[in-house]
Write a protein that binds this ligand. Structure first.
Ligand SMILES: [Zn+2]
Ligand SMILES: [Zn+2]
Length: 83
């Protein structure tokens, strides 16, 4: 009888831990609105699919994306290409 109780308790703890693990998953990048058409775009999109406004800049030095308007790449310090 005690064994059964222990198994049940173990199962309960396991379920709780699994639940905790699930809630710790990283959240997707928050949605933001496109500066061109104000429609919602995902935080990691490069170009707005609605109006083709450039949302992110790809650094030519390290290839990482960063927000428009930075004078220098926040990852490698390379000056951004401003036109
Ligand atoms: Zn847009
Ligand atoms: Zn860079």
């Amino acid at each position: 009888m005690i064994l059964l109780l222990l198994i049940l308790l173990g199962l309960l703890v396991y379920t709780l831990l699994a639940e905790l693990e699930k809630s710790r998953e990283p959240l997707p990048p928050p949605a933001e609105s496109c500066p061109g058409c104000t429609r919602l775009v995902a935080g990691d999109w490069l170009i707005c699919p609605h109006c083709r406004t450039l949302l992110r800049e790809v650094c030519s030095g390290c290839g990482r994306r960063h927000a428009l308007g930075h004078r220098f790449c926040p990852f490698c310090g390379r000056p951004g290409e401003r036109r």
